[in-house]
Design a protein around this ligand. Structure first.
Ligand SMILES: Nc1ncnc2c1ncn2[C@@H]1O[C@H](COP(=O)(O)OP(=O)(O)OP(=O)(O)O)[C@@H](O)[C@H]1O
Length: 239
């Protein structure tokens, strides 16, 4: 996509994050220069502690950089107030985490509705569940669903407000490979059908095969960005 007219959604320049722990300073990110494009699906790989979550949390406005720049389109996230970051997250960003964080006392449908009720241009919550193939389980409570099914409800909840970007921090980390593939299929479908720019953090190198680009982090720096010429469907991935 570089060198073409692809729309840049995120742009970072010299992005750095230092966690000040008193005696020691932890350099979680050490100068990240990166562009992410509209509608692309990117897999972010790297060893534990390499800075993956920190980077994604800063892109999503959950954390702030200590140095450098990060833009979401024209919006300078490094200069945004707490209130502006909340507004940004609410309108533009969907998050998926390793653990699904569904509300146990609400059904699948109600878990999605709590988001659609406050969003400005939401999907029909049922439609969001259908997109992740959970339409027939809408009345089930989280405790009646498997881990993979709960994660698909979490995806439906995250995408129901039609976010421009979907940030996924080890979405298959708690799942066996077969269930993981079903969750990745849901993410892939959302990416294709809604054009949501999607970032998937994983330790699993194989998942890179479903991405358009694979970005590797090491010690807070990007060591490699590779365009994947042979993009595979999640179903074809084996680990
Ligand atoms: N809130 C925090 N306070 C202090 N240090 C932190 C904090 N969050 C992360 N770190 C440190 O920053 C570095 C990068 O952490 P980060 O969670 O971004 O890595 P990661 O690549 O996502 O790791 P993992 O794959 O284990 O989730 C690590 O050394 C971590 O210990």
């Amino acid at each position: 996509m570089e060198g073409t007219d692809a729309e840049v959604v995120f742009e970072t320049r010299g992005l750095a994050k230092v966690y000040d722990m008193g005696e020691v300073q932890v350099h979680a990110l050490r100068g990240i220069d990166l562009e992410l494009y509209r509608s692309e699906l990117v897999v972010l790989l790297g060893a534990s502690g390499s800075g993956k979550s920190t980077l994604v949390n800063i892109l999503g406005g959950l954390d702030t950089a200590t140095d450098g720049e990060v833009f979401y389109r024209d919006r300078d996230l490094t200069k945004a107030s707490e209130r502006e970051l909340t507004d940004y997250r609410r309108h533009y960003v969907g998050f998926i985490f390793q653990f699904y964080n569904l509300i146990p006392s609400l059904t699948a449908l109600e878990n999605v509705e709590i988001v659609t009720e406050i969003a400005s241009d939401p999907m029909d919550p049922k439609e969001a569940l259908e997109l992740v193939k959970m339409g027939d389980r809408a009345d089930h409570f989280p405790s009646q669903l498997s881990g993979g099914e709960q994660q698909r409800v979490a995806i439906a909840r995250a995408i129901a407000k039609r976010p421009a970007v979907l940030l996924c921090d080890e979405p298959t980390g708690a799942l066996d490979s077969e269930t993981g593939v079903i969750v990745l299929e849901a993410l892939d479908r959302v990416n294709r059908e809604l054009g949501t720019t999607t970032v998937i953090i994983t330790h699993n190198v194989v998942q890179g095969d479903m991405a358009e680009r694979i970005i590797r982090l090491k010690d807070g720096q990007i060591t490699d960005i590779r365009r994947n010429e042979d993009k595979k469907a999640p179903r074809e991935l084996k680990w």
